[in-house]
Design a protein around this ligand. Sequence first.
Ligand SMILES: Cc1cc2nc3c(=O)[nH]c(=O)nc-3n(C[C@H](O)[C@H](O)[C@H](O)COP(=O)(O)O)c2cc1C
Length: 199
Amino acid sequence: MKRLLIILAVILSMTGCKNKDNHILNNAMTEILPTEIKENPIQLFDQSWALLTAGHAGDLNTMTISWGSLGELWNKPVVTVYVSSDRYTHAFMEREDRFTVAFFPEQYRPALTYLGTHSGRDSDKIAESGLTLEFLASGQPSFAEADMVIEARKIYGAPFTAEGFGDVPASFYASRGMGVHSVYIGEIEHVWVRGREGE
Ligand SMILES: Cc1cc2nc3c(=O)[nH]c(=O)nc-3n(C[C@H](O)[C@H](O)[C@H](O)COP(=O)(O)O)c2cc1C
């Protein structure tokens, strides 16, 4: 009997199933529509932060982001992120067709701080952070501790150019001497939530 239950659980986790609201359940997460995201997007990025992850099992990287936005572009729901060319994650964002943006409960802020102050170039920082890497049915990377994960297909990616700078970016980069950020716009393909369903 125990064996049967395990086989059933594996099949459900591979195929997904639907709850009473007809939402798809996957990796113990519930799928919602992009329009059902309740949180204020400025608050989500600026105050909660997120992990931006790109790549596949055995060949991926993640980093903390607090710059980003949710909206609508080219008649698609989109998530936009900004990655400095200095980041190891930048190469993954250039190479990959898809990326994920994962949000976490407050208790994981130390892990996000760690992942935003260490580079995947130097060590297995995900293991060091204590977070648990997992994969969605699509094969896209996620985290067991995340309470909302956005899966996106890259539809635009390019570095900011100095010709387009107004006074704010011009002084930002001048005072820091850091790599200019690239903007990546992703069409939102899926939004998964865990523990936020009743909001
Ligand atoms: C709270 C916080 C927010 C951050 N937001 C961004 C961001 O939006 N874009 C960016 O390029 N770097 C951002 N960073 C910096 C990267 O997370 C950091 O440089 C990281 O170590 C890069 O890792 P990697 O080299 O493995 O890609 C942020 C860092 C922190 C702590």
